[in-house]
Design a protein around this ligand. Sequence first.
Ligand code: ADE
Length: 225
Amino acid sequence: MRIDIITVLPELLESPFSASILKRAIEADLVEVHFHNLRDYTTDNYKSIDDTQFGGGAGMVMMIEPIDKCITRLKEERQYEEVIYMTPDGETLNQGMANHLSLKENIIILCGHYKGVDQRVRDQFITKEISIGDYVLSGGELGAAVLCDAIIRLIPGVLGNETSALTDSFQDNLLAPPIYTKPREYKGWQVPELLFSGNHAKIEKWREEQAYQRTKDRRPDLLDD
Ligand code: ADE
């Protein structure tokens, strides 16, 4: 899979891809991630990427020309299945969307800034608009990093134990059950006895019940779907 991220702040994106699972996925060639600085696609001496709103109003708007130039250049090289715009008024990211996107070959992610992009960018180039939650960030970069993390960990071979992504919270619309490790007892606090029974069927049933109960208590909305 190849992900091209269009941004005015590539430095904000560097660290999430320079450590742990994402770094290893890139090093293992399971994913390619490229950053494109929008200022490299400007035509004026000031490298302007934004301007004031037509019709008045506070806040700057990202201009269409540098974005068009960047996206057009990328599309000359290969076909993209999705051109995603990170924006608080997009569809809220969930595990189903991450699963779906992890199957794509090439995607572009455009990070918004200021008030956002000229509407014509959205109308002409964008195939999907994604929000990472109902709050406003200073720009789309952190959202893009969250989206990439959610996608990349699902690519086969990225996680050491291939089944572990499948047992994550949300994978079956349930939250994950409680988990424990050594020591068996700490300050008198015990691990549930059943986990030492060696009875895998019983343990599996217990985990399912715990996952269901936790989902019912914390996220009943997930059970409605
Ligand atoms: N840009 C600003 N806020 C955002 C959000 N909540 N999700 C995605 N991109 C954003």
